[in-house]
Design a protein around this ligand. Structure first.
Ligand code: BGC
Length: 255
């Protein structure tokens, strides 16, 4: 089934049509920068433009950069604080006239990796980390999603959350080399290892495209691998989650 997957991030809102049964992207990715206000109505308008661009009338899967429970945004993350309490599902349905399945963006990216990428068949605790404006995390135990893990929220030194120090946005803001930023990212992974003792960590998100430039800075005990679907994983995973919800009424990995 062909489903429109949308990945909402702090800097860009991206969409593509996906074959949700095979995890294959069927079109080019279409990207519109996230409105600088990062407010609900402005972002809903961009979502509308993406749906219109694909001239799409079916259900939409959407990864969203915050805690999402039953379609409702429960934390602001790096978006405008007025998002908290907003029913994202309803807002986007109103804006587009389409049905939405909304889940956390890193959970969506993990979903794609666990079904069609390097996480396929991996058991135990697998943590997907996405590097972008924030640090996202998706947790899977024996392939089943444990939604809304927020490992980027660990406080660190003077920072309210470690993602403010170790995400791609910090690299950009402070103009850090991959070496210097990579050290920070490794420190973050060390905490992840210490706190949840994963069996495998998969690294995705926009910055994973530059894997070659920072992977040598990673030295923790746990295996750390790159998500080969890279920054398409968020789009693909959102579409897959949408299909699962439609067919099974839940987001369980095993069908
Ligand atoms: C949010 C997460 C999100 C991550 C990546 C963080 O700021 O708290 O929910 O997954 O950014 O977008």
């Amino acid at each position: 089934m062909e489903i429109l997957g949308i990945d909402i991030g702090g800097s860009g809102i991206k969409g593509a049509l996906v074959n949700a049964e095979t995890g294959e992207m069927l079109t080019e990715r279409y990207r519109i920068p996230t409105p600088s206000s990062r407010k609900p109505d402005d972002m809903a308008e961009v979502v509308r433009q993406i749906v219109e661009h694909f001239n799409y009338s079916g259900p939409v899967g959407c990864g969203f950069p915050s805690i999402v429970k039953e379609g409702v945004c429960l934390s602001a993350g790096n978006l405008h604080p007025s998002w908290v309490g907003v029913n994202i599902d309803e807002l986007f349905t109103q804006a587009t006239g389409r049905e939405f399945t909304v889940l956390n963006d890193a959970d969506a990216a993990g979903y794609a990796s666990m079904n069609y990428g390097v996480g396929r068949g991996k058991s135990g605790l697998v943590i997907m980390i996405t590097i972008g404006t924030g640090l996202g995390s998706g947790a899977f135990y024996n392939g089943v999603l444990l939604p809304n893990f927020e490992l980027g929220q660990i406080p660190y030194k003077k920072y309210k959350k470690i993602e403010q120090w170790a995400a791609a946005s910090a690299k950009e803001r402070e103009d850090l080399t991959f070496e210097r930023w990579g050290k920070r990212f490794n420190k973050f992974l060390k905490y992840v290892e210490l706190i949840v003792a994963p069996d495998l960590i998969i690294v995705g998100g926009g910055t994973s495209k530059k894997w070659r430039e920072f992977s040598h800075m990673i030295n923790i005990e746990t295996d750390v691998i790159k998500a080969e679907l890279m920054n398409h994983a968020g789009i693909i995973g959102a579409a897959v989650a949408c299909l699962r919800e439609h067919h099974h009424g839940h987001l369980s990995e095993k069908s």
